[in-house]
Design a protein around this ligand. Structure first.
Ligand SMILES: [Zn+2]
Length: 78
């Protein structure tokens, strides 16, 4: 089975391949720091959108893939 990310054909270790899994862990770690800085009203959606759109953050390709994936799957739940 390959990674859940579209266009990624690496073998998955959980839902994602090892590179995307690592990116996801980093996103979760970073988000808790941002939430401390911006307060608890700062949401994951705002953070993920920032990761994708803010060029200054220079998010890696793997991070952007995960951010887009989480945003898309969140929308599906609504
Ligand atoms: Zn992957």
């Amino acid at each position: 089975m390959s990674c859940e990310i579209d266009g990624c054909h690496k073998e998955k270790i959980s839902k994602f391949c090892s590179r995307h899994e690592l990116a996801k862990e980093n996103i979760e770690k970073e988000f808790s720091k941002w939430q401390i800085a911006f307060g608890s009203s700062y949401t994951m959606v705002e953070y993920l959108t920032e990761l994708i759109e803010n060029e200054d953050l220079n998010s890696g390709m793997w991070v952007k893939d995960i951010a887009e994936y989480i945003l898309e799957t969140k929308n599906d739940e609504n």
